[in-house]
Ligand binder design. Structure first.
Ligand SMILES: NC(=O)c1ccc[n+]([C@@H]2O[C@H](COP(=O)([O-])OP(=O)(O)OC[C@H]3O[C@@H](n4cnc5c(N)ncnc54)[C@H](OP(=O)(O)O)[C@@H]3O)[C@@H](O)[C@H]2O)c1
Length: 251
């Protein structure tokens, strides 16, 4: 099927592990992607940001990157003034590290470290400027062993094993997570088919962290040693019945 390229999607954070997967998926909906290069367009200068947005004239903005709040809010304002969609990629971490499961979009957020406070403040500021931005809260990402990005759960396993000779994993922890390839497909579908809101992306409704790492060890032949530990119950699994990220692996 040939799809006419007629829409422009502006993507930030392309050098991370998720945005490049997302670009492949949103392209299938007929978007041509423009990548925000921070070396060329300075995200610390308001005029530069506004001029660039007016030049690119995106039909969709998908914000994966970090950076100062004003960058995010200027994009949110542009989206509002030009009646286009904007998506902010957030995290399950906004709920904090004292979760007892069954998280939904109304659950209380108690961010308790710099990263989670930054992400929650970003969400709030963006929505303060434009209540029609899609907020996508996602779990810890899994990509194959070829992806050496720090945030990849597989890379975490290899790093722990390299540094400590063992990966300790709790049998009392249940984490929101997904394979990045499945996540980005679903984000693209949600953006194209649903109205703006907070959406929660998680594939794991069943297995504890120890079992999850053992399955990844086998899947990718990582040969890392994994030790089960039993510590405080922690459960940040998110539930959102509008969102269906592939989850066969986690059953
Ligand atoms: N990976 C995960 O497991 C995970 C889980 C939950 C949420 N998330 C969220 O998903 C988004 C993408 O994550 P990711 O793992 O693909 O990549 P990442 O390593 O978290 O970084 C995202 C991108 O942000 C840009 N960036 C880095 N430092 C910056 C700074 N000081 N100012 C402005 N931009 C900066 C970089 O892209 P450029 O150099 O191309 O601009 C970087 O690749 C992030 O917002 C993250 O919070 C990720």
């Amino acid at each position: 099927m040939v799809i006419k390229v007629s829409k422009v999607c502006l993507v930030t954070g392309y050098s991370g592990m998720i945005a490049k997967e997302f670009v492949k998926d949103i392209t299938k909906y007929g978007y041509e992607c423009v990548i925000w290069d921070r070396k060329v367009i300075d995200i610390d200068i308001d005029n530069a940001i506004n001029n660039y947005l007016n030049e690119v004239k995106p039909d969709l903005i998908v914000h994966f990157a970090y950076g100062r709040f004003e960058w995010s809010t200027l994009m949110a304002l542009y989206a509002k003034n030009n009646n286009i969609k904007m998506v902010y990629i957030s995290t399950v971490n906004v709920y904090g590290d004292n979760c007892n499961g069954n998280l939904d979009k109304e659950s209380l957020c108690i961010p308790n470290d710099d990263y989670s406070r930054y992400k929650k403040t970003s969400e709030d500021k963006i929505l303060g400027f434009n209540k029609n931005v899609y907020i996508c809260r996602i779990g810890w990402q899994i990509s194959g062993p070829e992806e050496t990005h720090d945030n990849n759960m597989v890379e975490f396993m290899r790093r722990e094993f390299r540094n400590n000779g063992v990966v300790k994993a709790s049998i009392s922890s249940y984490l929101s997570t997904s394979f990045t390839k499945d996540l980005t497909k679903e984000i693209a579908r949600v953006i194209e088919n649903m109205k703006p809101d907070i959406y929660l992306f998680n594939s794991n409704f069943s297995i504890n962290f120890y079992d999850l790492l053992c399955k990844l060890n086998a899947l990718y032949n990582l040969n890392v040693k994994i030790e089960a530990i039993n510590d405080k119950y922690f459960d940040n699994r998110m539930y959102d019945n509008r969102v269906k990220v592939k989850n066969d692996f986690f059953k």
